[in-house]
Design a protein around this ligand. Structure first.
Ligand code: SF4
Length: 662
């Protein structure tokens, strides 16, 4: 690996090259395979690829390797031209590049950390783009990758040397130190050895949002009662976290590399591992060839668990205890906690009035080994929910509405999405979890809901060892006068109609995206092949109750699932399945022709039953994201559990109403 990075003066190595990711894919091939060298001064930013998605950089199958060296071999494996890979195996590494250049918004999509890893371990030290997706930017920082703009590249290519500060000054003081040290691991070690001391923050007493309050009370190395404001770079204690078999192997390997084979965790009982994401991956024909790698990931997770004694949520007899986010909220997230885990839907825990968000393996490895994490306090946006859900609507329709409006306008970008109001109070805790879950699709930092008696009751029922008064005392409420940089938005839920997010028309440049909102009443007749109910978003008890409501009505009307449609339901956890069995829903589902899948997930990465197999297939799904290709090559409409179930019996996308089957 590179030594002594970064130097105080940044220059281009005359032995190395610069790769431009141009919209003209032939130009990329000429650079990769025919030695073409381009200069920034000969190109316009418009010539460069925008919105490079992390799934393009490292598709799911590439992530079955946990070693970044192996991941780097398949860098950009998802960039296709006429169905053929632009980047052959090892193309990026063999090209001897040290700089990679693209246009706007580098690193969009699911923000997987393997994406910047594939560049770093292929020899890239400097990443140039006009702008970066926030989580991708943070992952680059954690890996010590320098980011710059096109003007800086032009100067470098003209032989100038640029002071390191010029690459770092736009960041806060702590981020600057992380970059100067060469990444998060080196930073954490320097902090531990007291080689560096964190700057104290001087934010005066001020009204705070819910997210700010939870960060403030977890501050490390600051005065008690210190307030925070957006942008403050702080170190904060976490109350817990978890990883799953898709990510744990990297965490284990990184800790071994940094702290030796005999590393230990100071507080293992606060953390957990889950076997939930790849348990059914073999159902996807494309993934069958990678099952030996999947097994390695499972084995390494077991090794990590045994080595560290973190809480163990391994599968038993081939059945997962459930999706990490669902089980975590059922079993150990408490009101007011600060939780971080290695999956983008960690934000679902916000339904419990906790601050929860996803991090990459590097960040997670650091926080499990130290117990604290580096946080740049996010801005907030508040959604004041009013009124009651209209018939046929669920919380999923509310978040699809927010996606189509506020998120599409980037109002939610990297902000904590705070939900409150009497409309929120009318929603069940599971429904609130749907809102928080999809904060990540809104490109928000997280979602967090106000606490109330309904929440405290749910907490006691889920975790009987908890004390109601303690939970109440741990809860946070936004202060009067708290500042919302994203604004306060009043949403009358009664005005929201049943919605979908449609798959766009990627061939015409309209990408399949969760922000493609449309009222079902306006989409015309859309015939479906697959209906899927499940995932962390829609495998909760109340979601399954929605499926049961529709299935019971269908049975009463003498209907079974429409011929030619496969309707899958996957329970979010063992507890949800037990409930379905107890309520008689499980048998009901079987009687009306639903294909039932045991607890677990993998839905949004195509790792399980229910994914499309051909581009012609149309799916209506209660999951969270419809980025092209993630759940198979077909077209995917996102919708509510009620819409998914109703559509399964009608064969076309329809919203639910009591007389639908009459
Ligand atoms: S939908 Fe499933 S696979 Fe996707 S992030 Fe949520 S838990 Fe993971």
């Amino acid at each position: 690996m590179r030594e002594d990075w970064p130097p105080a003066k940044i220059t281009l190595d005359p032995e190395k090259r610069v790769l431009f990711l141009t919209k003209d894919l032939d130009l990329i091939k000429q650079q990769l395979y025919h030695g073409l060298n381009l200069k920034m001064e000969d190109l316009a930013i418009d010539d460069l690829l925008d919105d490079i998605n992390t799934d393009v950089m490292t598709p799911a199958w590439v992530c079955f390797d946990h070693d970044p060296v192996e991941i780097a071999k398949n860098a950009y494996a998802g960039l296709m031209h006429d169905g053929i890979r632009v980047f052959n195996e090892n193309a990026l590494k063999n090209g001897n590049f040290e700089v990679i250049v693209s246009g706007q918004r580098k690193g969009t999509g699911s923000s997987r950390e393997t994406a910047p890893q594939c560049e770093r371990w292929a020899g890239i030290n400097i990443v140039i783009a006009a702008s970066f997706a926030p989580i991708h930017q943070q992952n680059n920082i954690n890996l010590g990758q320098l980011m710059g703009d096109h003007a800086m590249l032009e100067r470098l290519q003209n032989g100038e040397s640029i002071a390191l500060e010029e690459f770092t000054t736009r960041y806060d003081e702590v981020t600057q130190i992380i970059l100067e040290k060469g990444g998060l691991f080196a930073f954490a070690k320097a902090l531990k050895s007291k080689e560096i001391v964190l700057p104290s923050i001087d934010t005066p007493s001020r009204p705070m949002t819910m997210a700010e309050k939870i960060i403030a009370r977890n501050l490390v190395g600051q005065d008690e009662r210190q307030c925070v404001k957006p942008g403050d770079p702080v170190i904060a204690e976490v109350q817990g976290g978890y990883s799953h078999e898709f990510t744990t192997a990297q965490v284990h390997t990184f800790l071994q590399n940094e702290y030796g084979e005999d590393y230990f965790l100071p507080n293992p009982s606060k953390f957990a591992v889950f076997e939930d994401h790849l348990l059914y991956a073999h159902h996807n024909p494309k993934f069958v060839q990678y099952m030996d790698k999947v097994q390695t990931l499972r084995d390494l997770q077991i090794e990590f668990q045994k080595h560290t004694s973190v809480r163990d949520y391994s599968a038993k007899d081939g059945v997962s205890p459930g999706i990490c986010h669902q089980v975590a909220r059922e079993e150990f997230i408490e009101v007011g906690d600060f939780i971080q885990a290695t999956d983008s839907h960690t934000c679902m825990g916000g339904a419990s009035n906790a601050l929860t968000w996803g991090v990459g393996a590097t960040e997670y490895a650091n926080l499990v080994s130290s117990g604290f994490t580096f946080v740049k306090v996010p801005e907030s946006i508040r959604f004041e929910l009013k009124g009651r859900l209209a018939p046929g609507c669920t919380a999923k329709d509310v978040i699809l509405y927010i996606l189509a409006g506020h998120a599409r306008e980037e109002l939610t970008l990297n902000r904590s999405m705070e939900f409150g109001g009497d409309g929120l109070a009318s929603l069940s805790i599971d429904e609130r979890a749907t809102l928080c879950n999809m904060a990540t699709e809104c490109s928000g930092r997280t979602g967090i809901c106000e606490a109330d008696d309904l929440l405290f009751e749910w907490m006691i029922q889920s975790q009987p060892h908890l004390d109601r008064d303690t939970q109440r005392s741990l809860s946070v409420q936004a202060d009067e006068g708290a500042e919302y940089h994203g604004g306060v938005h009043i949403i009358d839920m009664s005005q929201i109609q049943p919605m979908v997010a449609h798959p766009g028309d990627p061939d015409k440049g309209i990408p399949s995206d969760p922000t493609n909102g449309a009222n079902i009443a306006d989409i015309g007749e859309v015939a479906i092949n697959i209906a899927y109910g499940g995932s962390c978003t829609a495998g909760k008890a109340d979601d399954v109750a929605y499926y049961a409501l529709v299935c019971q009505a269908a049975e009463d009307a003498g209907l079974v699932v429409k011929e030619g449609v496969d309707f899958y339901i996957q329970y979010g956890s063992g507890i949800v399945k037990d409930l379905a069995v107890k309520q008689g829903w499980h048998n009901l589902f079987s009687r009306v022709g639903v294909k039932l899948i045991d607890p677990g997930c993998g839905a949004c990465i195509g790792a399980g039953p229910g994914v499309s197999i051909t581009p012609e297939q149309v799916t209506v799904s209660a999951i969270n994201r419809n980025f092209q290709g993630r759940s198979g090559p077909g077209k995917l409409y996102l919708a509510s559990p009620l819409t998914v179930a109703a559509s399964a019996f009608m064969g076309t996308i329809v919203s639910w109403n009591d007389s639908l089957f009459n």
